[in-house]
Design a protein around this ligand. Structure first.
Ligand code: 5GP
Length: 190
């Protein structure tokens, strides 16, 4: 078995452009706590978890299994209009729900809240459909960057203003499969 640096630099999971932030173990431990808290809060209810594709899919699959309750899951996909650096606040629903949510207790599952523009739009949109309650579970919160206030009911971790990848989060569709969360040191490096 070789552990030479030449091999390390070619690894998708362990290369010089990744600075580890949260290990897989740390993520799982925190998700266990979040799941227990959600199960307590929604006791005797049948919440519908709405997973925001694609980034939240890995977080959601672990979170679901940490919630010991009868529940349902649905998926939505959202995209921001224009360049991602623009702050128009306009978002577009790329994939909508297949079911009505009137009277349901909704828990939105998102990977990261950054400016808050996407989530503030989505939460408002879901509330307007007559749900009984609409709450948010987010794995990461980059609070320094917030432009629109979004209440995060269940939060994994607060993070500094850095671009992170892994555990569902991508850079140009890469690194979603990384088992941990890392800061991408230099997005120019491929
Ligand atoms: P917001 O509307 O809060 O600015 O946008 C949130 C979305 O931006 C997230 O769902 C995610 O897709 C993307 N995003 C924001 N910060 C990061 C980051 O550090 N890494 C990655 N991979 N995506 C991010």
């Amino acid at each position: 078995m070789s552990t030479s640096s030449a091999h390390m630099t070619t690894s998708e999971f362990n290369n010089e452009n990744l600075a580890p932030l949260f290990s897989s173990e740390k993520i799982q431990a925190r998700i266990g706590e979040m799941g227990a808290e959600i199960a307590r809060d929604y006791k005797d209810k049948n919440p519908l978890l709405i997973v925001v594709l694609k980034g939240a899919c890995i977080f959601a699959s672990d979170l679901l299994r940490a919630i010991d309750l009868k529940l349902g899951i649905e998926f939505m996909a959202i995209s921001s209009y224009g360049a991602s650096t623009r702050t128009s606040g306009e978002v577009r629903i790329v994939k909508d729900l297949d079911v009505p949510i009137e009277g349901r207790d909704i828990l939105v599952v998102e990977d990261i809240v950054d400016t808050g523009l996407t989530l503030s739009y989505l939460m408002e949109n879901l509330r307007s459909r007559g749900a009984s309650s609409v709450k948010l579970a987010a794995l990461l919160d980059k609070h320094e960057r917030r432009q629109r206030e979004v209440a995060i009911d269940y939060l994994g971790f607060g993070i500094p203003d850095e671009f992170v990848v892994g555990y569902g989060l991508d850079f140009a569709e890469r690194y979603r499969n990384l088992p941990y969360i890392a800061i991408l040191k230099n997005p120019e490096v491929q």
